[in-house]
Design a protein. Structure first.
Length: 337
């Protein structure tokens, strides 16, 4: 075979392989926009944050409404979903105020945003995020919103990561952009270190007290904070992503159960005694759990066979019973009403 003929054959092969690759990409994209067979039914509709007895969450089912804030009746969590046109990476709401953390894949960090929305999901204000969205919470009154982003690293299990946590007052729009500027009190003394990180804020009803995770010197701590005092005080170790119960007597959190590994087990701690107990859920929960009521926790776990999707599960807060699937293909749950 002549050299020119060899080049012609090689060129034809390259063009053929390129066409096949393009076809596979287009086919995969087309499938991503189609609902998964047997998956939940999702349809566009009206959604507000003041609808009574509804469960809101981010829809993770394949199809045109993937990533949209959706809701179902709280009593039938696997019913057909009503999807809004608000899309988020993380979401939380209370008392008619919502915080939506947005992130565009492949975009620069400054393109990530926190949106504060009203009960009709209209954007009131937007704020640039310093990194990739991780956690979001709104105080019970709706006055304060908090969010955490990864400034570097993409996982709490990574060897090296940095976070930034902000708290916003939605009355006067005053933003504490970095909790690392708050005074840290540890063992009765002011503590300073270059490696301090905060994440996972949860608010009390008094519009001042909050709890969060503080990481420093290879340890994680539960801290109790004061917004007005701009202070945090350490309470206990090995506590991550706390969530305050509706009666404000307990904290649910993920506890690292193997040093150096990304393995956590969800626990509940009594704030009066600091005694803790594990939930019946024995799988590793890398989430900031929520409370459906004073006795039931809800959290996300990776969906079987779908690594980019999570399902919502529940477990009794007292450690009894067994985990139960609440709703598939969903994340960031919020009980409305």
């Amino acid at each position: 075979m002549t050299l020119s003929r060899r080049l012609l054959v090689l060129t034809a092969a390259v063009l053929l392989l390129g066409a096949l690759a393009a076809g596979l990409v287009l086919r995969a994209a087309s499938r991503a926009d189609q609902p998964r067979q047997g998956g939940p039914t999702v349809a566009a509709g009206s959604l507000t944050l003041t609808q009574p007895d509804r469960l809101a969450f981010l829809n993770a089912a394949q199809g045109p409404h993937r990533g949209a804030l959706a809701s179902v009746p709280a009593g039938t969590p696997q019913a057909a979903r009503t999807a809004s046109d608000l899309t988020c990476r993380r979401f939380h709401a209370a008392a008619g105020t919502g915080v939506c953390l947005r992130s565009t894949p492949g975009a620069l960090a400054q393109d990530n945003q926190a949106l504060i929305v009203d009960s009709g999901l209209r954007t009131l204000r937007s704020f640039p995020l310093a990194g990739t969205p991780s956690r979001a919470r709104v105080s019970p009154s709706g006055r304060f919103a908090a969010w955490t982003v990864f400034v570097s690293g993409e996982s709490y299990g990574a060897a090296f990561f940095s976070t930034r946590t902000a708290i916003l007052d939605t009355r006067d729009w005053r933003l504490d952009a970095n909790l690392e500027e708050f005074t840290v009190l540890m063992d009765g003394r002011e503590y300073r270190a270059a490696d301090v990180n905060f994440w996972g804020v949860t608010f009390a009803k008094d519009d001042d007290t909050f709890y969060a995770t503080l990481a420093t010197a290879g340890q994680t701590h539960l801290v109790k904070g004061s917004i007005s005092g701009r202070t945090v005080t350490t309470l206990a170790q090995n506590v991550e992503c706390p969530s305050l119960s509706p009666d404000e007597t307990r904290i649910a959190y993920k506890k690292r159960v193997r040093a150096g590994a990304s393995l956590w087990r969800e626990h509940v701690m009594d704030l009066g005694t600091l005694r803790e107990h594990p939930l019946a859920e024995k799988r590793s929960v890398d989430d900031q759990a929520g409370w459906l009521d004073d006795s039931t926790l809800v959290y996300a776990l990776p969906a079987e066979g779908a690594p980019d999707t999570t399902d919502l599960w529940t477990a009794p807060a007292d450690g009894s019973g067994a985990p139960r699937l609440l709703t598939p293909a969903a994340s960031s749950p919020t009980r409305l009403g």
